[in-house]
Ligand binder design. Sequence first.
Ligand SMILES: *[C@@H]1O[C@H](CO)[C@@H](O)[C@H](O)[C@H]1NC(C)=O
Ligand SMILES: *[C@@H]1O[C@H](CO)[C@@H](O)[C@H](O)[C@H]1NC(C)=O
Ligand SMILES: *[C@@H]1O[C@H](CO)[C@@H](O)[C@H](O)[C@H]1NC(C)=O
Length: 347
Amino acid sequence: MMICCIQTLLLLGAQLALSIPNNFFYHNFRKGNGNKEIHFSGVKLHVDSAQPAVFAATGDNVTLPCRFWYEPELTSPREPRRGHETDVVAIGSRICLLVRGRVQIRQDFPGDATLVMTNLMLNDTGRYHCEVVDGLEDKSTSVYLELRGVVFPYQHPRGHYHLSFLAAQQACEQQASTLATFSQLFQSWKEGLNWCNAGWLADGTVQYPMTRPRVPCGGDGLAPGVRSYGRRHLQLHRYDVFCFSSTLQGKVYYRQPSHTMNLTEAQQACQEDGAQVAKVGQLYAAWKLSVLDRCDAGWLADGSVRYPITRPRRNCGPSEPGVRSFGFPPPQHKHGVYCYKSGDELM
Ligand SMILES: *[C@@H]1O[C@H](CO)[C@@H](O)[C@H](O)[C@H]1NC(C)=O
Ligand SMILES: *[C@@H]1O[C@H](CO)[C@@H](O)[C@H](O)[C@H]1NC(C)=O
Ligand SMILES: *[C@@H]1O[C@H](CO)[C@@H](O)[C@H](O)[C@H]1NC(C)=O
């Protein structure tokens, strides 16, 4: 299986792998052995998916439907090869992970080539192409796998525009999230995300979502939309980042302090509960997916201070719902804290 990874990467080169980071291909090979007649007898191969898109959450098991058939029907149906893991070939940077055990091709009936994935991860989002190869014929269809979640803008503690692409990727991972894809950002823009600072996306482009154009954000003459700076230099250029975070397996809560705490004391307070200081991605997921609403500023793991508001009200920030941020105060400042307790520890 490792060989498959290496071969495919060599074939495509890092460039292409990067330009389609969220495209996955899997093949159901039905290698031609004496079946050339098919190409000369007017028999056509068809491939179709019953669903153009599948929605899921992290930790879920999903099936991405795909089936193929011939028209006219074959008089002597050919035995499909039994599916096993080596039939799954994914092109792009994720091959190795995909092939290692979490993915299988289901073959419940002749012509079934449904992909079954278990224990979805944040970065499994993307378009999956099901390609059926039979002799010279080669047909494909695709299914978009979308994880329910939330996109949030993130900046380095030292301020705006400090992150290279790699640093942006690490920043998201450290905050329990992954780099957002363009379609995730676009979806968030449709839901009202309005952000004036440009951030990296998973495909190496830099963009920002604008619902209310105004002068400091590219001018008020422009239409609302997701504005793109295009592909930027991955090492040299520095921006903020858009991260994506999904369903929590645990719980985020505000710890009511007997006294307000500096960052060290906040860490100890969560530890006393058998929990940890919540990461930014966890707070956003709790706000968006578990409707956490709390008008108290609290420390988070990255040293920032924020609070989640789903029902905007007086003295709790702007009139739209959102996670409010006080930036990164000095660690000796005193605040409450948001802790995160994982699913295992809750039981
Ligand atoms: C997913 O499938 C695995 C193995 O088939 C199973 O152990 C697990 O409980 C399933 N998870 C969910 C969320 O259904
Ligand atoms: C996807 O996420 C997993 C778990 O966080 C991580 O180990 C893996 O490296 C990520 N893969 C890619 C291609 O980013
Ligand atoms: C927080 O306060 C404790 C005393 O309660 C002190 O020992 C510690 O150095 C302080 N930490 C920071 C980051 O200011």
